[in-house]
Design a protein around this ligand. Structure first.
Ligand code: NAD
Length: 322
């Protein structure tokens, strides 16, 4: 079995690849390195290609014996998706469509898609179940929902079995310390706090008037290696469950920005300098997953990663990367 891993040079994809290596499962990576890192695919089988180019997909991947596709590739900065609507649409929706058509053509039956909690928009209930209405409030979330719907249609027409995984906030790094979260510019909370300490910069908290106990946003952080393992569980799930399926991937625990800062302070043994900045458009007060469906149906086993363990693994990565 050879798994095609798109976006394997990125943050979550590289952790999935690490898991496949540890399990001895064959894979091939495709990435255009737009946000991914060549150092994450060193000594691995990879094709540099852009999924926006259908002919290139066909040409380069035609002779491979691929049994399933795990599709991480995409652009994921919400504010950019507002400013660069067309670029995001082409990269996230049209490129995913190319890949799905290639899967149908090649009769590759299993397809796992990296979706996002952003499809829910502003939640009406917490924790959020998969049955919650989907009303995305930014182009990034709209792109994810459009791909989910496109995959659902294809799965009804062709022998294509699909799992869409709606991630909450991926965080942390592998214990080997050589792969981790690295974006430029960085938009995620934990790496931003850590980098602000390592680079002696001031950190900006985006708003402190949310409807939460301390006024800062609450998010559900899930360790990136737990996310990775859910993709293997999803492929196994498709062995006996055909058709189209959606699962949340979160920990069911929420932490506010202030709680994350406090934990970073303890672990980094330093006072974190921060300033309260403007709220970001469309940031919900609280996002917490209901993960019961993925735990029971995928048999997803989350390792016992506390917030402390998640942050600590991220600190190790950023210190190593210096
Ligand atoms: N990080 C999170 O918390 C989070 C949450 C929800 C959903 N997601 C989704 O998970 C996936 C992976 O996220 P990540 O955090 O690892 O992002 P990332 O930017 O680190 O990785 C994405 C990878 O895809 C590659 N890529 C992008 N467009 C491509 C294209 N057209 N052709 C080939 N390769 C392309 C990039 O070079 C990069 O290596 C994305 O689809 C993202 O939207 C992430």
């Amino acid at each position: 079995m050879t798994i095609l891993v798109t976006g394997g040079a990125g943050y979550i994809g590289s952790h999935y690849v690490r898991l496949l290596e540890r399990k001895g499962i064959d894979f091939v990576i495709v990435d255009n390195f737009s946000t991914g890192h060549k150092k994450f695919v060193q000594n691995k089988k990879f094709y540099e290609l852009d999924l926006k180019d259908f002919d290139e997909i066909r040409e380069k991947l035609r002779d491979l014996d691929i049994t399933s596709i795990v599709h991480f590739a995409g652009l994921s900065i919400v504010s950019d998706s507002q400013k660069m609507e067309k670029e995001y649409y082409e990269n996230n929706v049209l490129a995913s469509k190319n890949l799905a058509i290639f899967a149908v053509e090649k009769e590759i039956r299993k397809f796992i898609f990296s979706s996002s909690a952003s499809v829910y928009g502003i939640p009406e209930q917490i924790p959020i179940k998969e049955t919650h209405p989907t009303r995305p409030i930014n182009n990034y979330g709209k792109n994810k929902l459009e791909v989910e719907n496109m995959l659902k249609e294809l799965s009804m027409e062709y022998p294509l079995d699909v799992v869409c995984l709606r991630y909450f906030n991926a965080a942390g790094a592998d214990e080997d310390g050589d792969i981790g979260e690295e974006r430029n510019p960085e938009t995620h909370l934990i790496p931003n706090i850590i980098k602000s300490v390592l680079n002696s910069n001031e950190f900006i908290v985006h708003g402190d008037t949310y409807d939460t106990d301390d006024g800062t946003c609450i998010r559900d952080y899930v360790h990136v290696n737990d996310l990775a393992s859910a993709h293997l569980s999803s492929l196994k799930f498709l062995d006996s469950n055909k058709g189209f399926h959606i699962f949340n991937l979160g920990s069911e625990r929420g932490f506010s920005v202030t709680e994350v800062i406090n934990e970073c302070q303890k672990l980094m043994k330093t006072k974190i300098k921060f300033k309260i900045g403007d709220k970001r458009d469309g940031d919900p007060d609280i996002l917490i997953a209901d993960n019961k469906k993925s735990v029971s149906k995928l048999n997803w086993k989350l390792e016992k990663h506390t917030l402390r363990a998640i942050i600590s693994s991220a600190i190790d990565y950023h210190k190593n990367a210096l």
